[in-house]
Design a protein. Structure first.
Length: 264
């Protein structure tokens, strides 16, 4: 992979947010005479951006000392003399492994988690999984939207095809004094309940209160016949009935005005 050093160095130190950053100790193997190897650790400042892992000599350094491209690699814990050590290993044979040591258990787990999710291969798997979940959610939403319409249309078809489900044409309601009354078509007058079409008990509508007559006797009098005003046959229509009931209000208002004048 060919990288432009200036572009990479600018990306490492620009103001773009880092996915993870912190101090790690990087293992360095030194060759001695007679093929003896020595191991030491150097403390470096690591910055993870995307799938690029930069490391600097100091936190304030403006140029990275090295770069690790996190593609085709695995991040795993490793056995080392140092505690809290983990390694970045690549699939290619003979590729260099990077052994890093964190300052504690929490820091080590955070680095392993961040590095494991940094590759484009991992992001590709996440995108595929999210696309699958979105497709399933869209299918479920479409099914929920279609189900009520289908049930209503099928219910309408069954209703039209089955004569038993056709509602019975009820007789026109008899109106008395502006309220619907209960007739003698199978219902019990006087406020008793009568069975409805489904076999349940339907409550009758409330009857209007009877006003007292001019003599003050309202109880004990027989109920007026249907389509007959409780006042007189001349007040069957609503306007006449309204005017008749308003006479009492007019009289009371006139008496109140007279008392007001006498009081002044």
């Amino acid at each position: 992979m060919k990288l432009n050093e200036r572009s990479v160095a600018h990306y490492a130190t620009c103001d773009s947010p880092a996915d993870h950053a912190g101090f790690l100790r990087k293992r360095v193997e030194r060759h001695h005479h007679a093929h003896h190897y020595g191991t030491s650790y150097q403390r470096r400042w690591f910055v993870l951006k995307g799938n690029l892992l930069f490391y600097f000599e100091e936190r304030e350094s403006r140029e990275p000392m090295g770069l690790v491209v996190l593609e085709g690699c695995t991040v795993e814990l490793c056995e080392a003399a140092e505690e809290f050590a983990f390694a970045i290993r690549f699939d290619d044979a003979g590729a260099r492994a990077y052994v890093l040591v964190a300052d504690g258990q929490a820091a080590m787990e955070a680095w392993v988690k961040a590095l494991s999710r940094a590759s484009f291969d991992y992001m590709r798997l996440v995108v595929r999984e999210l696309e699958k979940q979105l497709e399933e959610a869209c299918k479920s939403l479409a099914a929920c939207r279609k189900s009520p319409r289908r049930s209503s249309s099928s219910g309408r078809k069954r209703h039209l095809s089955n004569p038993a489900l056709v509602p019975v044409q009820e007789k026109p309601a008899i109106v008395e004094n502006g309220y619907s009354t209960w007739g003698s078509d199978g219902c019990v007058p006087g406020g008793a309940a009568c069975p409805d079409h489904d076999g349940g008990q339907a409550k009758p509508p409330p009857l209007p209160p009877r006003r007292r007559s001019a003599t003050g006797s309202a109880t004990g009098s027989p109920a007026p016949s249907l389509l007959e005003s409780p006042v007189s046959p001349d007040t069957i229509c609503f306007s006449k009935l309204h005017n008749w009931y308003g006479q009492e209000i007019v009289a009371l208002r006139r008496e109140w005005q007279e008392r007001q004048k006498m009081g002044h």
